[in-house]
Ligand binder design. Structure first.
Ligand SMILES: [Zn+2]
Length: 298
């Protein structure tokens, strides 16, 4: 998917893919090509009116302004593939899949984390909410209690809204308070950090929060490993270093692995001035995950 010159670095996915293979972190055989999410799967979260507008291109100019993306059939297909990747990763991690893939307990979608999409509209580069669709797909298969750890620099507003009334889903977002989105629907646990927060403070909050996330006895955990809390991110105002972000990843991964639970990782945002920094942060997340034993999809 190429959307032209845009702060959203679509090239990062290609570069991460290449970087993972070049580094030897993964072999081509570790990679699984996802199938696009079906419209029925998308309807587990999104309203039929919204999906109809997206499908036939009748989204309004206001909606596109809020989405911050143009509309084209290719973009719709790209986002369906994004959702399909997260659904596939969730099925792989949790051990059920129509194609008979063995349970891996850990699966990474090299993409996804589209946490700003609501049932009836998209915003902030997020046409559909991939994690929400994957959660609903798991719940339809009897895996009901889910925790979502959202460490993108932006609050997971769409995700919080979608699961506000579902006590089975614990939504945790730690983000920069004074940043998009202005309206932050309440999640199960929200930590809004001041501008310029650095590694030590950030990791201290995370260490305190993770036991609360696990206290709901989830059956599966989703982790949105946004690269945008990075100190040189164009859309973020926190000051985390690459090492701090790596320690963040390790803390989440170790907590979930220590509890013996399946973990689904998506990448989410990352808009560093140098795309190589964003790529390196995402690759480091995968590297930390390989200490577990890896299945990647994307
Ligand atoms: Zn973000």
């Amino acid at each position: 998917m190429d959307i032209g010159l845009h702060v959203f670095p679509t090239s990062k996915y290609r570069l991460i893919h290449a970087g993972l293979l070049e580094s030897g972190l993964i072999r081509p055989s570790d990679l699984v090509e996802p199938t696009p999410a079906t419209w029925d799967e998308l309807a587990l979260v999104h309203t039929s009116e919204y999906l109809a507008r997206v499908r036939d291109g009748s989204v309004t100019a206001d909606e596109l302004a809020q989405l911050e993306l143009p509309w084209s059939p290719e973009i719709v297909e790209g986002f369906r593939a994004m959702v399909g990747g997260t659904v596939k990763a969730a099925r792989m991690a949790c051990g059920f899949d129509e194609s008979g893939i063995r349970p891996s307990k850990l699966a990474i979608h090299v993409g996804g984390g589209l946490h700003h999409a609501f049932p009836n509209h998209g915003e902030g580069f997020c046409l559909f909410n991939d994690v929400a669709v994957a959660v609903r797909a798991l719940q339809a298969h009897g895996i009901e209690r889910i925790a979502i750890v959202d460490l993108d620099v932006h609050h997971g507003n769409g995700t919080a809204f979608i699961f506000e009334a579902d006590p089975r889903v614990f939504t945790f977002s730690m983000h920069q308070q004074h940043n998009y989105p202005v309206w932050k629907p309440r999640g199960s646990l929200d930590i809004g950090l001041p501008d310029g927060t650095r590694d030590q403070t950030y990791l201290g909050h995370l260490e305190q929060a993770l036991p609360a996330v696990m206290a709901g006895d989830p059956e599966c955990v989703f982790y949105l490993a946004g690269a945008d809390p990075y100190e040189d991110d164009q859309l973020g105002g926190l000051q985390l270093t690459k090492q701090g972000l790596r320690e963040r990843d390790r803390m989440v991964i170790d907590t979930v692995r220590g509890a013996g639970l399946p973990l689904v990782i998506t990448l989410a945002g990352g808009y560093a001035r140098n795309v190589e920094d964003t790529v390196a942060i995402h690759v480091a997340t995968v590297e930390e995950a390989t200490h577990w034993g890896l299945e990647a999809s994307g």
